[in-house]
Write a protein that binds this ligand. Structure first.
Ligand code: GUN
Length: 289
């Protein structure tokens, strides 16, 4: 069993990006610039955005954080998006989700210029990705493909089972795994799928992205499978300093001994997600200049 080290892989990629940025700057080109909009004080969002800003520093990017209180109106937020769209110094930006209930995430996502949409959430990027054309790709599925590549995990003709059909992870993951060059046969399972356990037992690769801690158990996994865990649920843990710990969608202890490859939580997919955002920002900087 090989425990996939997302943290170390992400560190290597950040180093590769930093080297490229150094070259760009030596050639007199502009420093790549990522901006992030954060609304409110959601604990998870605060952590994600802080980690994104830290990754920017490591990659040699400029970063800007635009913070707003929960009571910002949708019109004010859309106005901020329009300003970032028009700012030639900003190569790419993200609006951290979730947003307060009075703001339409759909409207805000669609207002972002597709050429600056480094999250890959705009329907134009989703559409281009679906037909295999160059696009900004949602960070988590892109990070998973990168891990699969860097660990030389065989994919051609393999049966991949994706659990979860979210727009951010499950659905784009199922499309990327079926694309030419990756060549998996893909089954996408969701909350209305009967016999998920039976389908998982037929999988060479399982990607669990449903947000149910410990959902994938040993009886659902065939010997030699690759298991990728996207879950990051905060569960109460009185022994932890913060009072909680992250738990994945996979029951790691029982599943790991059966696998050829498995990602842990934390330290698996999570660090790769932020790395993909950095890769997308570098790509935007190259495209926009
Ligand atoms: N909230 C949870 N994941 C993400 C992400 O990848 N991007 C943004 N913008 N918000 C998120």
């Amino acid at each position: 069993m090989i425990k996939i080290d997302g943290k170390e892989t992400a560190r290597q990629i950040r180093q590769e990006i930093a080297a490229e940025v150094k070259d760009m700057i030596a050639q007199g080109r502009k420093q790549p610039h990522l901006a992030a909009i954060l609304v409110g004080h959601d604990g998870g969002s605060e952590t994600y955005v802080a980690n994104k800003i830290k990754a920017c520093e490591e990659c040699g990017f400029k970063s800007s954080l635009l913070r707003f209180e929960d009571n910002i109106s949708e019109a004010q937020l859309l106005d901020t998006v329009a300003k970032l769209n028009a700012d030639p110094d900003v190569d790419g930006f993200i609006v951290q989700l979730p947003l307060p209930a009075h703001i339409s995430e759909e409207k805000v996502t669609r207002a972002i210029a597709p050429t600056k949409d480094v999250d890959g959430f705009h329907p134009q990027n989703v559409g281009l990705m679906s037909i295999g054309e160059p696009a900004f790709i949602s960070a988590t599925p892109q990070g998973i493909i990168e891990l699969i590549r860097r660990y030389n995990i065989p994919t051609a003709g393999k049966h991949a089972v994706v659990i979860g059909r979210s727009n951010i992870v499950g659905r784009p993951m199922s499309i990327l795994l079926s694309q030419k060059g990756v060549d998996c046969t893909v089954t996408l399972c969701h909350s209305r799928t009967p016999n998920i356990a039976e389908i998982c037992r037929q999988a060479d690769i399982i990607v669990a992205a449903i947000g149910k801690p410990g959902f994938v158990t040993a009886d659902m996994v065939s010997p030699g499978a690759t298991v990728i865990d996207v879950g990051t649920t905060r569960v109460a843990d009185p022994t932890a300093a913060r009072g909680w710990r992250l738990r994945g969608d996979v029951d790691f202890e029982s599943v790991a001994p059966k696998c050829d490859f498995i990602t842990p939580v934390p330290g698996g997919v999570g660090p790769m997600t932020i790395c993909s955002l950095m890769q997308n920002t570098l790509k935007a900087a190259k495209l926009n200049n």
